[in-house]
Write a protein that binds this ligand. Structure first.
Ligand SMILES: O=C(O)CCC(=O)C(=O)O
Ligand SMILES: [Fe+2]
Length: 402
C-alpha cells in the first residue's frame, strides 16, 4: 500500500513478454559500455548515433504509459519530463550498493525512477535481487514484465545484489519536474541533425553504423590497456557460436599491435561463419551482422515454421580462410573466457537449443530488413509531429495517414 514516507509502487505484468523480447533484441544488437563495471547500456541517443533512430519507435508507447503512471501515482499536478531512457544489462559480477538515484550533484534533477524488468531471476540470471533499505517491500525479485517505481531521493535508498550468472536486463527511466532536462528535446535535435533518409524508398536507410569508440569494452582493472578488452559486438556474435570472416587482408593486424586502427576491419564488409563454413552474403559491418544474429535469436521459433525457400549459399572454409577467421577472433576477443562469461547464453532460452540452420539465418536477414523498414517509415512519418511539439509521442495512426 502507498506509504507517504516511502513513495514506491510495484506493478506486475506491466509490459507484455513480447515487448520484453523486442527490447532485449534491441539491447543485444545495439548495446554498448555502461556506467558501471560489467554493465552495458543502450540509450536512445546511442541508437540515433548508430543510425538506428528507428529503434526508438518501440519505446515510444511504453515511455508514455510509464510517465502517465508516475504522474498518477506520485500525484504530480504538472507534467513530468523523461530525463533518461535506457536499456541496462548487468552481467556476472555487476552490483550496486545502497544509494538514492539523485545522489550526485549532476543527478539532482531526477525526481522519480521507473525500472522495468525485461527478464527473470532464476530463468535468465542468478543474483541481482533488488532491495529497499527499509520499509516494505524490502526485496523485489525481478520478473519479466514487472515495474518498480520510486522517488529518486533518500526516502528510497536501494541496492542490487551482485549478478552471479547470466545477464539481467532492465528498461530504466528517470523523470524530472525540470523541463530543461527533458530528454525529448535533445533527442529530436539529434535526430534532425542526422542524415536521415528522405523517404523509405532510399536504399539501406536502416543499415546500422557502429560508433566505434563506444563499442569496445575494457575490464575495470585494466582500463588503459587493450590486452583484455574486447569488441562487444564481436563478443555477442561469438557467444552465439558464430565467427566472422573479413574480406579485407587482415595479415597486417595483430592482437598486440595497437598502432593500426583495428576497428576499421569491423566497419567494413564481413561474412558470417560457423564451424567449417561461411554464409556467402555480405554484411556491411559488424553491427549489421549482430542485428541479423540477434533477430534470428528473437524470432527463431517463427522462422523455423515459416518455410522460407530462398536459395542460400554456404561455402566451406578453406584452411587459410579458417586461419584468417581465427586471427580476427584473436584480435577482437583476446581471452575468449572473459566475453563468454559476460555474455553467456547458457541460462537463456535462445535459439542455441534449436537446431541450427543457415536457411533460417537467411530468413532472419530478410525478416530483419522488413522489420527495420517498417520502423524507419513510422519514424519518418512521426518526426515532423515530434519537431512541432518538441516531444516524442505516439502520433495517432489517423494523422500518419495509415
Ligand atoms: O536495476 C535495478 O533494479 C535498479 C538499478 C539501480 O538502482 C540504478 O540503476 O540506479
Ligand atoms: Fe538506483
Amino acid at each position: 500500500m502507498a506509504n507517504p514516507e516511502r513513495p514506491r509502487l510495484i506493478i506486475h505484468d506491466f509490459l507484455s513478454l513480447d515487448l520484453c523480447k523486442e527490447l532485449e533484441f534491441i539491447h543485444k544488437s545495439c548495446g554498448t559500455v555502461g556506467y558501471r563495471p560489467n554493465v552495458f547500456s543502450t540509450t536512445l541517443s546511442h541508437l540515433i548515433a548508430t543510425n538506428c533512430g528507428h529503434l526508438i519507435m518501440p519505446f515510444v508507447p511504453i515511455r508514455e504509459r510509464l510517465k502517465e503512471k508516475a504522474e498518477e501515482f506520485f500525484g504530480c499536478e504538472f507534467e513530468l519530463f523523461v530525463e533518461f531512457t535506457g536499456l541496462i544489462s548487468w552481467s556476472t559480477g555487476a552490483s550496486i550498493g545502497w544509494h538514492s538515484d539523485d545522489n550526485r550533484p549532476y543527478l539532482k534533477q531526477r525526481d522519480f525512477a521507473a525500472v522495468c524488468y525485461l527478464n527473470s531471476h532464476g530463468e535468465d540470471f542468478e543474483g541481482g535481487l533488488f532491495h529497499f533499505q527499509d520499509w516494505q517491500p524490502t526485496t523485489i525479485v525481478p520478473m519479466a514484465g514487472d515495474v518498480v517505481m520510486y522517488t529518486a531521493d533518500s526516502r528510497n535508498i536501494h541496492s542490487v545484489d551482485e549478478i552471479t550468472g547470466g545477464e539481467r536486463l532492465t528498461l530504466t527511466l528517470w523523470f524530472s519536474r525540470d523541463g530543461s532536462h527533458d530528454e525529448d528535446a535533445k533527442l529530436i535535435s539529434f535526430l534532425s541533425e542526422k542524415q536521415l533518409p528522405r523517404s523509405i524508398h532510399e536504399t539501406c536507410s536502416f543499415l546500422p553504423q557502429p560508433a566505434s569508440s563506444r563499442m569496445y569494452w575494457f575490464p575495470p582493472d585494466t582500463a588503459s590497456t587493450h590486452e583484455s578488452g574486447f569488441d562487444i559486438c564481436f563478443a555477442r556474435i561469438h557467444a552465439h557460436g558464430y565467427d566472422l570472416y573479413s574480406l579485407q587482408d587482415i595479415s597486417c593486424f595483430s592482437a598486440s599491435d595497437s598502432s593500426n586502427d583495428l576497428s576499421e576491419v569491423l566497419m567494413a564488409p564481413l561474412r558470417l561463419a560457423r564451424e567449417h563454413e561461411f554464409f556467402d552474403e555480405e554484411f556491411v559491418n559488424i553491427l549489421h551482422v549482430l542485428q541479423a544474429v540477434q533477430f534470428y535469436c528473437w524470432k527463431a521459433s517463427e522462422l523455423q515454421t515459416s518455410g522460407h525457400e530462398k536459395r542460400i549459399n554456404v561455402v566451406p572454409l578453406s584452411p587459410s580462410q579458417r586461419e584468417e577467421v581465427n586471427q580476427l577472433k584473436h584480435v577482437f576477443l583476446k581471452d575468449e573466457r572473459v566475453p563468454d562469461k559476460l555474455f553467456s547464453i547458457a541460462m537463456g532460452n535462445e535459439h542455441s537449443q534449436q537446431p541450427f540452420n543457415w536457411a533460417h539465418v537467411s530468413a532472419a536477414v530478410t525478416a530483419w530488413e522488413a522489420y527495420s523498414n517498417k520502423l524507419v517509415k513510422e519514424m519518418l512519418l512521426s518526426l515532423p509531429y515530434w519537431k512541432t511539439h518538441q516531444s516524442i509521442f505516439s502520433v495517432p495512426s489517423f494523422d500518419l495517414g495509415k
